[in-house]
Every structure is written in C-alpha cells, then in structure tokens.
Write a protein that binds this ligand. Structure first.
Ligand SMILES: NC(=O)C1=CN([C@@H]2O[C@H](COP(=O)(O)OP(=O)(O)OC[C@H]3O[C@@H](n4cnc5c(N)ncnc54)[C@H](OP(=O)(O)O)[C@@H]3O)[C@@H](O)[C@H]2O)C=CC1
Ligand SMILES: O=C(CO)[C@H](O)[C@H](O)COP(=O)(O)O
Length: 480
C-alpha cells in the first residue's frame, strides 16, 4: 500500500481494534502496530472491506514511515508504565512536531507530566463507550494544546457519537483536562452503577425476585426519567440466560467487582480539591468490600444474615425508581461540582455545559438526564446542579422516596451505601445551620485552632477551655 495513512494506532486490544475499524469506516487510512507482532496483519484480514484502509506495521519504524506528516499516533494501551515506555520508544523515531495521543484511561497527573516532558506534542484523551462505543461512536474528551487537538479534530469528530448531529468529541482544556474529565466520568459511572446494583439488591433480597423478574422492572425504568445506557444494560444483564446451567446468568456471576483505578483516582482527587463526592466514594468502598468475599461470609456466619425480606407493599419498584432518580441527581451534582473545583485549582477553562453535552451520547453514563444537565449548567455553570430549578423540582418530588428506601432498607439489613450517602449529601446541603460548630469547639478545645463567631463575624476566637480544664466540675462554659 503506497498511500500514507492519516493516523497511527498502537495497541489492537478491545478498544484499539474497535477504534481503528471506526476510523477506517469513516474514510481515513490508519496504520496499526501491536506489541504481539502477528496481530496487525491478522487484524487487517479480519477487517473485511475496511482492510483496504488499514496499514499493518511490523515495527514501530514501519508505523512511523507509513504516516503522513505531521504525524499523529494514538496509544490505546494500559495506563502507567506501558505508556511511558511506548513514548520513550516512539519519540526518537518521530519529528519534532509529530503528535502522540494517549487515549487510554490515564491518571491526569501523569498526562500533565507527559505533556511537559515527553519531548514533543502530546494530547491526553479520554474515550468512553466501551468496545461498542469505540466501534460505532464513542464520547471523546481531549486535553492538551488546542492547536494539537485541532489537528486531529476532523478525525475524532467524524468517529465520535453524535447527539442530534452534534459530535460528542471536544477539547476540554489544557494539559490533563481531558483525562481529568474522563476520570470524573468514570467516578460518576461507579456511583450510578452502584445505585442501580443497590436497587437490584432490594428487589432480589428484599422482595425475593429472580433476575428474569427484575429485568422488566429495569426495562420499564428505562422508558422514563431514568432512561440511560446503564439502566438499559442492567435490564439486559438481568435477563441473560447462562448457557451452561440454563438459569439466569446473573446468579452465577461472582459478587466481587473489579476496578482499574479511575473511581479511586476520582475520590483521591476530590479529597485534594475539597470537593466531596461521597456517592462516588461509597461506590468505590462498596467495590472494595465486595472483593472481601471470605470475610463477608465469616461475618454472615458470625452475625447471621440480616432480616432482609421486606413487608408486603414496602419499597415497590415505582418508589425505587423515584429514589434512584434522586440518588442519580446527587451523583451528578457531586461530579460536576468537583469538575468546577478542578477548573479553579488547575486554571483550566472547563466548560461544564459542553462536558454534559459530550456525555449525552456514546459514553457509558449517557442518559436522557444529561441534556437537561447541559441546559441547567448553561443557565449557571457555578450553581450546584441540585439547585437548578429543573433538578430541584425533581429532588423535591423524589427525596421522600430516597429517604423511605434508605430507612426501610437499612432497617432490614439491605446495604445501600451509595443511596444513603446520596441522601446524607442532600440533607447536609439543605441544612443552613449544621453541626460543625461542635467540631470547631472541639478543635479549639484540644488544639486552640480558633473559631469564627456567628454573632459578630470575628475569627480566631477561643473558648474558656483553660478555665474548664482547671475546673473540671464547671460545665457552665462561662469565663472567669
Ligand atoms: N475496555 C474498555 O471498556 C475501555 C478501556 N479504556 C482504556 O483503554 C486502554 C486499553 O484498554 P483495552 O483495549 O480494554 O485493553 P486490552 O487489554 O483489550 O488491550 C490492551 C492492548 O494494549 C497492548 N499492551 C499491553 N501492554 C502493553 C505494553 N506494555 N506495551 C505496549 N502495548 C501493550 C496489548 O497488546 P498485546 O496484544 O501484545 O497484549 C493490547 O493491544 C486502557 O487504558 C483502558 O483503561 C478506555 C475506555 C473503555
Ligand atoms: O473507562 C471505562 C468505561 O468508561 C472502562 O470500561 C473502565 O475499565 C471502567 O472502569 P473499571 O474497570 O474500573 O470498572
């Protein structure tokens, strides 16, 4: 093949292969290289007609030689050392203005470092949608120099998902911004999945429903406000039959959730930013606890199983649906608040409505609600989504359901950590006079950290603790 390829790709795994076919299908020539060297030729053969646009490369030198200049090469490989190693191998083969694009799920701190140190143009790009999305239209979140994004934007916009014709691919901001946004996307994904799993647990253990009976409940929710990819696939997962046993597949899947790190990164970064994401945190904790199967079995044999069956008529699917709507709004409110905090911290010009728009199609968290979120954020990007009139109305209508689900589930030993953390977040965010005055009193007592006064606005004030310590019987709190 004499024609030069428009773009290169390293890593023909699940995502890289699907993305390459998508790129070829949209009329671009793509050169591909893989660590296992027989893979590119085999891949081209399997690509059928699209193979005409796929240039298999035996070596990295071949890959580089087959690209039109200035070159652009996508890395679709595991994050961490493999990315650093691949950059180190590629850079000496490239010209100064050739672009490397890391499209895996990288930690954005690594992306910032690589943009500064990798010796040439570098973009960090989040891609969401799993294999199906990568093949037919993912959501794409780019970060780095705008001019570098603009160079490859025609290809990326062509292969991305479209929402009413608008591409779900956008430049998010400077170095690290794309991978940061993808990381928070995944954090929200964790919380959304966990909340759905908790409602599944209530239906299974609280109501004694089988997976095939639960499937239509989720399918029904997918027709309403909760319409989303995750609810849709939950219905499909619940409906699936296991070929080996002939029974429901869900019932033979081990109850220990895997994770590759993006949820954890979201939580760690949220803590650094002081922008709490408790629903995401609860979801990460739940995955970690899910992995402790033996310990959980010990717990059950020691304490006995909780009294799970619910009373007749309690927590019906319609109520669970309302609770899930409320919980979901809490997750997204937390995620967007965190993104806004990061924009301030890192000096990124993150456009919150644009982020919501890019998530409307293609990605794993795509849902009907995201369009309304984009509108609400466009009205006022600095306002917590929870307070936007559209979502406040939803919350006013559904918060009682969330409260009833959390309290009834808790009373019956059904663990609902993400839903309950969503409720606790709501209750904290709707309480003008909280309880941290006690924390401040305690801090001042043991460490003289000082407190601010409500009445006159003065700060750095201290209580009469020295006197209280000297007179332990005196609890009057009065000085002197
Ligand atoms: N799967 C998904 O749903 C999504 C994944 N991602 C991200 O995309 C990236 C790729 O994921 P995915 O396609 O699922 O992974 P796979 O495991 O399916 O494929 C990994 C690919 O990377 C190559 N590879 C592995 N280690 C190295 C290395 N040290 N040097 C060079 N190449 C290497 C593999 O080559 P070989 O064939 O030789 O093993 C293979 O081509 C990851 O960062 C992942 O987090 C992002 C969004 C969704
Ligand atoms: O990025 C993704 C989806 O958006 C990947 O599927 C990712 O692997 C999901 O995270 P985890 O494996 O931790 O569940």
């Amino acid at each position: 093949m004499d024609r030069q390829a428009d773009i290169g790709l390293v890593g023909l795994g699940t995502m890289g292969a699907a993305l390459s076919l998508n790129i070829a299908e949209k009329g671009f020539d793509i050169a591909v290289w893989n660590r296992k060297s027989d893979r590119p030729h085999e891949f081209r053969k399997q690509a059928g007609e699209l193979g005409a646009r796929i240039h298999p490369a035996d070596t990295l030198e071949d890959l580089v030689a087959s690209l039109s200049t200035p070159r652009a090469i996508i890395l679709m490989i595991p994050s961490g050392d493999p990315v650093d190693d691949m950059i180190a191998k590629l850079r000496p083969l490239l010209d100064a203005d050739d672009l490397i694009i890391d499209a895996g799920n990288a930690n954005f701190h690594d992306t910032i470092r690589r943009t500064a140190d990798s010796g040439g143009p570098f973009l960090g790009m989040g891609v969401s949608g799993g294999e199906e999305g990568a093949r037919h239209g993912p959501s794409i979140m780019g970060g780095g120099k705008r001019e570098h994004w603009d160079r490859v934007a025609p290809i990326l916009e062509a292969i991305s998902a479209k929402y009413e014709g608008a591409p779900c691919a956008a430049w998010m901001g400077e170095s690290g911004a794309g991978h940061f946004v993808k990381t928070v996307h995944n954090g929200i994904e964790y919380a959304d999945m966990q909340m759905i799993a908790e409602t599944y647990g209530i239906l299974r253990d609280g109501h004694g429903m089988s997976a095939p009976d639960i499937a239509p409940v989720f399918a029904g929710w997918n027709e309403g406000v909760l319409q989303s990819y995750l609810v849709e696939i939950s219905a499909k997962v619940a409906a699936a039959t296991d070929a080996a046993t002939g029974g429901p597949l869900l019932e033979v899947i081990v109850d220990a959730a895997g994770q590759k790190g993006t949820g954890r990164w979201t939580v760690i970064e949220a803590q650094h930013l002081a922008a709490p994401v408790p629903a995401i945190e609860a979801a990460v904790v739940a995955r970690n606890l899910s992995a402790r199967r033996e310990e959980r079995a010990t717990g059950e044999s020691l304490f006995g199983a909780a009294p799970k069956p619910l009373p007749e008529g309690a927590l019906e699917p319609a109520l669970l649906e309302e609770a899930l709507i409320c919980g979901k709004i809490m997750c997204y409110a937390q995620g967007f608040t965190m993104i806004a905090a990061a924009a301030r911290q890192f000096g990124w010009t993150l456009d919150l409505p644009a982020i919501a728009r890019v998530w409307r199609e293609g990605c794993i968290i795509r849902s009907a609600m995201l369009n309304d979120m984009a509108d609400a954020l466009a009205e006022d990007p600095d306002r917590n989504l929870l307070f936007a009139p559209f979502f406040a109305a939803h919350v006013k209508r559904t918060q009682h359901a969330l409260r009833e689900v959390v309290s009834m589930a808790t009373a019956h030993g059904l663990a609902v950590p993400a839903l309950s953390s969503g409720l606790a977040y709501f209750d904290q965010m709707r309480t003008a006079r909280g309880t941290a005055n006690m924390i401040q009193g305690q801090r001042d007592f043991f460490g003289l950290h000082g407190f601010a006064r409500l009445d006159d606005g003065t700060t750095g004030q201290h209580g009469p603790w020295a006197d209280a310590a000297a007179n332990p019987d005196d609890t009057s709190g009065k000085q002197g």
